[in-house]
Design a protein around this ligand. Structure first.
Ligand code: ASP
Ligand code: MG
Length: 415
């Protein structure tokens, strides 16, 4: 008997028909004698709909009330799924984040989980119930509803799996695993049987939408056995060892893979915007003053470049999520005045493409190949950043598809 946490994304619970199918899948696991905790997202499109409603009322919605509204989608699906299970004679009970007590900090719209109370869940599991928990939401110490950032149900599932020391955390989604790149752009993309946690983290932070970044971080930190698989796949997935469906995110690097594939995948992110402050006085503390102002407003900064100083001034560029572009721009206007910088340049028609692979550590020449491939297509590179297992470039958004395709091929991922 195993304890499994299963998470079903928006598409998997996108209609009452699909919810009934999910119930059947859960029932199968439960009848095999496993204990099952289920985390669900809102029905597909629902969270976007709720966000649009808030923006019809307030252009910059009040963060606390925003969370009150956008957390409701998950409350609908937990109830419906519990009913669907009861309807096929499975004892099931739903919980909101606050009812479990998934305690978070009070950073509305992207709160972090602090702790999870497990007593109620354990009791229900021991009574033979399937426990269904609303993803994406928690509660702060004052009882305010919080949400965990878009895609946050993945993090809810992994955090629950960590807290309950589950045998496996299964993320059911509308794709059957993690691919070498998005198959909608490159039809030759291949499903990976395994990917290391570090690679997955890079893929997620470089734009692969399969798993939320925080979920991967959590899984790595607490050594949660994490698997991504399809809920639309009829072929049954069993939690027993030897089950090779989906993609398993491993802690151990797969030695064999290291020898064969240097690059595991090409990730990309369209949601990027670039900001440059020119003519900044070149003296100590400048980077701090610029980035501190940005981070104080909870805007995440991704790539950063500072040019070589000349004539006592320098140019400073960074990228942010496109959704936070306006906010970052207005902060930068203020910083510009404070620092006496020359001007702000901005570009929100850019994208980022990354080649990711642990094999890079032991194989030189990956960067050369990447730059050559892009140059052969006359694609201009605007920013570069690297880590031990990743090379990212910022390019014009209009070249995204082309760049992904040629890189996927150049690194032999089509084969
Ligand atoms: N429903 C939330 C969202 O759309 C959380 C999730 O699906 O993971 O972002
Ligand atoms: Mg998701």
């Amino acid at each position: 008997m195993a304890l499994i946490v299963q998470k079903y994304g928006g598409t998997s619970v996108g209609s009452t028909e699909r919810i009934k199918n999910v119930a059947k899948r859960i029932a199968k696991f439960q009848r095999q004698g496993h204990q099952v905790v289920v985390v669900v997202s809102a029905m597909s499109g629902e969270t976007n709909r709720l966000i649009a409603l808030t923006k019809e009322i307030q252009e910059q919605p009040d963060p606390r009330e925003y969370d009150v509204v956008i957390s409701t989608g998950e409350q609908v699906t937990i109830g419906l799924l519990a009913m669907a299970l009861q309807d096929i004679n499975i004892n099931a009970k739903s919980y909101t984040g606050g009812q479990v007590k998934i305690l978070t900090d009070n950073t509305f719209t992207k709160a972090r989980i602090i702790s999870i109370e497990e007593n109620n869940i354990r009791r229900d599991l021991n009574d033979g119930k399937v426990v269904i928990v609303a993803g994406f939401q928690g509660v702060d110490k004052d009882g305010n509803i919080t949400t965990l950032g878009r895609g946050g149900s993945d993090t809810s599932a992994v955090a629950l799996a960590a807290a309950l020391k589950a045998d496996e955390c299964q993320i059911y989604t509308d794709v059957d695993g993690v691919y070498t790149t998005d198959p909608r752009i490159v039809p030759e993309a291949k499903k990976l049987d395994t990917i290391t946690f570090e690679e997955m983290l890079e893929m997620a932070s470089q734009g692969s939408k399969v798993l939320q970044i925080r979920a991967v971080e959590f899984a790595g930190k607490y050594k949660v056995k994490l698997r991504v698989l399809s809920s639309l796949d009829e072929k049954d997935a069993i939690a027993s060892s030897g089950n090779n469906s989906g993609t398993l995110i491993t802690i151990e690097e797969d030695k064999q893979k290291m020898e064969h594939a240097i690059i595991s995948g090409i990730a990309f992110n369209r949601d990027e915007a670039k900001l440059t402050l020119t003519g900044v006085p070149d003296k100590p503390g400048i980077a701090f003053q610029i980035l501190n102002a940005i981070s104080q407003s909870n805007v995440d900064v991704d790539m950063i470049i500072q040019n070589v100083g000349r004539d006592g001034t320098t140019d400073f560029s960074f990228t942010v999520n496109r959704g936070e572009f306006e906010k970052a721009l207005s902060i930068l206007e203020r910083v510009k005045l404070q620092l006496g910088a020359r001007e702000i340049l901005s570009d929100n028609k850019i994208c980022k493409i990354s080649a990711v692979g642990v094999g890079m550590r032991s194989h030189p020449g990956v960067a050369t190949k990447l730059f050559q491939t892009l140059s052969d297509e006359n694609i201009n590179v605007k920013m570069i950043s690297t880590s031990e297992i990743k090379i990212s470039v910022v390019i014009d958004e209009k070249y995204l598809e082309l760049a992904v395709r040629v890189l996927h091929k150049a690194f032999g991922l089509d084969k």
